[in-house]
Ligand binder design. Structure first.
Ligand SMILES: Cc1cc2nc3c(=O)[nH]c(=O)nc-3n(C[C@H](O)[C@H](O)[C@H](O)COP(=O)(O)OP(=O)(O)OC[C@H]3O[C@@H](n4cnc5c(N)ncnc54)[C@H](O)[C@@H]3O)c2cc1C
Length: 685
């Protein structure tokens, strides 16, 4: 391993307050993260393993060697997209800049690589990489790297684990964007939530508590009454941006591809939507997911999921969401955010999702996975304190309650239990207030045992919150005992309200049928006589499991009537929905069974560009060129047009996306046409 470049140790006044949930302070404060030492090597920083000879040999096959000279800037803060760099010799320095002051973060030498999570997600770079000692780098284009990651499991795992660890490390190092504003401004809280839910490294400069905030405002000639502002890497400043503006500036998410008809469009990127995206894209369906806030849904707000299969010591909601997001991207799903689905309509056999951005997404099938949102509490003083001290999600409880300060939680479900444990672990005395007489109705047994066994947690059964009280900030919560009507004041610096959720189905009824509590009805829930009604009489079938009252529109996860409100069931339903999407797509064009008809393959075809860039056209006219296997096909001739190319595991595939245009095979029955290197020969599978 090459020697490290020494730390420059520049003191940066702006690096204060909270970034990624941790108080930052000055440079000394930053080292609050156990593994942060300015200028240390990547290997030490994120406990990385270097690349082996075999890895480098593999990467050499798809990369190009380039010499480096001292001072060459290989990546600049704010860059959109960069190549994967393997250091063959010499030393590279990773740094960031605030107001012209450079701060060295890490260095890398031989066998290390330069990449961060944003290489795979497409977000803008928030560090600069400069050559400190000359040598050579191997430059691997990112599209080739993606293919390699999906084909070479060992190397893929090493790269993915490394970029995830680096994101965590850099977040704690206080890199990324600066949000300057006051805790009492709703826009500041919105921007902080957006940044943390989207895992954007950021530092919050609190206008009420941090003198560095005024320094930054002066530098950007911004008076206090025009806050919050966001200072991006690269220097761009946004004044009170909307979530969509911030997303665009940071390179989060994508826009829907114009003119594209997707096989499946998924509304909501919680566990159900992400599972559907992973299964849909991995089955070769052109898949798009849209979310109005961030990837992860409710689970992105939880400190730890402990009952999800395969994670014996639990996994944080953030990490769960991050991993699922990468998995969906890896299989080629497009993620559009932030954009809210405002309604649905049909155009023939296509479905349209109308977005609040003014765009429409067109798809042959839709999965609604919009989950649920939190119910609000009614008590005196809620409005007065709701800006600062009343919370409906437990995310980053540490940001909200200083260690040792008291908190009250209303609710008896898992989310309440998890918040209580997180607060109690942080040294806060916690009181849980519930209306019922035990926790067993809604909380998992493992959590009940912890909550009851923790000396920092007390329980108030059969009680309700009546009033919130305090001078400027919340100081106490008045709770009524429902049996005796006695009132008691409980000290509290924060109130967490976790009293259940309501389905986020407003945009879809009456287009799809809802139950009396506004959850979406599916499958047998539509009633035993559904088949005797339109449109099922024409289709001559019952609604599929998870199918709504509109054929081809499915619902999965918490938004569905009768769903079990758990991560595992949401994930299960998302994947099952894809199975029925396949049925729907295959059935509608009425093909012969897959294995029954021989097919003749293209003699010539025109090949388009990568589907990420645009749509391509494909047609073949020499039906007798080569016999194929197993495809729905009528007659001796097959003519396909309208579709898109797609690269998966290093091979090009053509996906038919418009079965109404002279197509005799549906996307699913036909599967994927492998075009081979020449783009002409191949076989259906
Ligand atoms: C704090 C907390 C802790 C939890 N802990 C656990 C646990 O330990 N174990 C467990 O099994 N379960 C747990 N749960 C429950 C679990 O998180 C949910 O059951 C699960 O997230 C439901 O997934 P979903 O995909 O159906 O919906 P959600 O997770 O609600 O995701 C829906 C997504 O859709 C988006 N959306 C909504 N409307 C629109 C629209 N119109 N347009 C675009 N996007 C939209 C939302 O922004 C959201 O991102 C917890 C829940 C919470 C809140």
């Amino acid at each position: 391993m090459a020697a490290c470049v020494r730390a420059c140790g520049a003191r940066v006044l702006e690096l204060r307050s909270i970034g990624g949930g941790a108080p930052m302070g000055d440079e000394a404060g930053i080292s609050g993260h156990p593994s942060f030492r300015p200028g240390q090597s990547w290997a030490d920083a994120a406990a990385e393993r270097p690349l082996t000879d075999d890895h480098i040999a593999t990467l050499r096959r798809i990369g190009e060697v380039r010499p480096t000279r001292v001072g060459d800037v290989l990546i600049r803060e704010g860059d959109r997209g960069y190549d994967f760099l393997v250091i063959l010799s010499g030393i590279l320095k990773v740094c960031d800049h605030q107001a012209g002051v450079e701060r060295e973060l890490a260095s890398g030498g031989e066998r290390e690589f330069v990449a961060e999570l944003n290489l795979l997600t497409g977000e803008r770079a928030f560090t600069t990489v400069v050559v400190a000692e000359p040598g050579e780098v191997l430059v691997v284009p990112v599209d080739k790297l993606r293919t390699l990651i999906s084909r070479d499991q060992a190397l893929g795992n090493l790269i993915v684990q490394t970029v995830l660890a680096r994101r965590e490390w850099l977040t704690h190092a206080g890199t990324g964007l600066r949000i300057v504003g006051s805790r009492s401004q709703p826009d500041t809280r919105r921007l902080l939530e957006f940044a943390s839910r989207n895992r954007l490294p950021h530092v919050w400069l609190d206008l009420d508590a941090d003198p560095a905030a005024d320094v930054v405002l002066d530098r950007h000639a911004t008076p206090r009454d025009q806050t919050p502002i966001v200072v991006m890497r690269g220097g761009e400043m946004l004044r009170s941006p909307s979530n969509a503006e911030l997303a665009r500036a940071a390179g989060v998410g994508t826009a829907p591809m114009p003119g594209m008809t997707y096989d499946v469009a998924i509304i909501g990127a919680g566990p159900a939507g992400l599972a559907a995206a992973v299964y849909g894209a991995s089955e070769g369906l052109s898949t798009v997911v849209v979310d109005d806030l961030a990837v992860g849904g409710q689970i992105g707000t939880t400190s730890k999921i402990e009952n999800y299969l395969g994670f014996p010591v639990g996994i944080s909601g953030t990490e769960f969401a991050e991993r699922a997001f990468l998995q969906a991207l890896r299989f080629g799903a497009s993620i559009v955010l932030p954009a809210s689905a405002m309604g649905l309509s049909c155009q023939g056999s296509r479905h349209l999702i109308h977005l609040d951005t003014g765009d429409d997404i067109t798809a042959l099938s839709i999965i609604i996975a919009t989950g649920a949102s939190y119910r609000q509490i009614i008590a005196d003083g809620v409005d007065r304190f709701s800006a600062n001290d009343v919370f409906y999600t437990p995310s980053s409880v540490y940001d909200r309650v200083r260690p040792g300060q008291p908190a009250v939680i209303v609710g008896g479900g898992n989310s309440a239990g998890q918040a209580a444990m997180a607060l109690a672990d942080n040294g806060s005395p916690v009181t849980i207030v519930i209306r019922g007489t035990d926790l067993a109705a809604n909380m998992s047994q493992y959590l009940i045992e912890r909550v009851i066994g923790d000396p920092n947690v007390s329980l108030r059964y059969g009680s309700e919150v009546r009033k919130l009280d305090g001078a400027d900030r919340l100081e106490q919560v008045i709770v009524e005992d429902l049996a005796t009507s006695a009132l008691q004041a409980i000290p509290a610096s924060a109130l967490f309200v976790m009293i259940g959720a309501k389905p986020r189905s407003d945009s879809f009824g009456p287009a799809v049928k809802l139950d009396t509590s506004d959850y979406i009805l599916t499958g047998s829930g539509l009633g035993p006589d559904a088949r005797r009604e339109q449109p099922w009489t024409i289709l001559d079938r019952d609604p599929y499991m998870l199918e709504t009252s509109v054929p081809g529109v499915f619902a999965a996860g918490d938004v569905r009537s009768g769903s079990v409100k758990r991560v595992a069931s949401a994930v299960g339903e998302g994947s099952i929905a894809i199975r029925f999407v396949s049925e729907h797509l295959g059935r509608r064009v009425g093909l012969a069974p897959v294995s029954s008809v021989p097919v003749r393959l293209p003699g010539r075809c025109r090949r388009g560009r990568d589907p990420r860039v645009g749509q391509a056209e494909f047609s073949h006219k020499a039906p007798d060129s080569e016999p194929g296997r197993a495809v729905g096909h009528r007659g001796g001739r097959t003519r396909l047009s309208g579709g898109c190319f797609h690269k998966y595991e290093g091979q090009h595939f053509f996906r038919v996306i418009n079965p109404e245009t002279r197509i005799t095979a549906s996307p699913l029955r036909c599967g994927l046409a492998h075009l081979g290197a020449a783009g002409a020969a191949g076989s259906f599978r």
